[in-house]
Design a protein around this ligand. Structure first.
Ligand SMILES: N[C@@H](CCC(=O)N[C@@H](CS)C(=O)NCC(=O)O)C(=O)O
Length: 227
């Protein structure tokens, strides 16, 4: 069962997600870095809650995450990041060019970094024919290599500004479980240094430290959570 009731206060953000999900981690990390208050509603993917009629009424794709706010329902993690950046002005590009570049990165990550999530999924949750892994692993490695090469020009953040944006949160959030996919981050030193910069941000946490297994309420600035 998932509690799909909207918050009584329409200003309260309600995020639906699962603690093993990189797609959930992306908006969770945004909210943690911004220190914003929100309600978390867990959707147990193991027991199939994502395909219950109640949850399908929230997310017709039967996936996490979903966000409810001010009477709106948003799905797809990158759309949620876009919404959060626009409505809160956190992790938003300062220039108009940077704001578009951030959305371009998010669109690209959904094509490319998503292969990292696939490799992790097949290694951790669903055994597949080795030919399937042989197809996806080079695509995942190529995506990580592209991020590494981009960062090799000395920029600190993907959009070349002096602060991280939803581009950094979205790309990192999707690749976060690479080690569970057997992919060793040390192969990409610029990327590794970028992840260290992210990890040094106030509020940063890794998914298993950030996403609760149960419904939870987060108050402003309460970055580490009731478990
Ligand atoms: N493109 C979607 C992907 C969402 C997605 O794949 N979510 C996974 C968890 S990371 C899910 O809910 N899977 C449903 C299932 O395992 O049945 C997004 O970025 O939100």
């Amino acid at each position: 069962m998932v509690n799909i009731a909207e918050a009584e206060d329409p200003e309260r953000l309600v995020l639906y997600g699962s603690f093993t999900s990189s797609s959930t981690y992306k908006p969770m990390l945004f909210l943690a870095l911004a220190g914003l208050p929100f309600s978390f509603r867990t959707v147990n993917l193991k027991t199939g809650v994502q395909t219950s009629p109640e949850y399908l009424a929230v997310n017709r794709y039967g996936q996490v995450p979903a966000l409810r706010h001010r009477g709106l329902t948003l799905v797809q993690s990158n759309v949620i990041l876009d919404y959060l950046a626009r409505t809160t002005d956190h992790s938003e590009g300062r220039s108009e060019q940077a704001r578009w570049a951030a959305r371009e990165w998010l669109s690209w990550e959904a094509d490319a970094i998503t292969n990292v999530a696939k490799v992790r999924h097949y290694r951790r949750f669903r055994a597949v024919d080795p030919a399937v892994m042989a197809y996806f692993l080079p695509l995942a490695e190529a995506a990580l290599g592209y991020v590494d090469r981009t960062l090799s020009d000395g920029r600190d953040w993907l959009c070349r500004e002096d602060a991280p944006s939803i581009a950094d949160i979205g790309c990192w959030g999707r690749m976060v479980f690479m080690a569970e996919g057997g992919i060793e981050i040390a192969r990409w030193p610029h990327l590794q240094r970028w992840t260290r910069r992210l990890a040094a941000l106030p509020g940063f946490a890794l998914p298993y430290d950030l996403i609760p297994r149960k419904n939870a309420e987060f108050e402003a600035g309460a970055l580490h959570l009731p478990r």
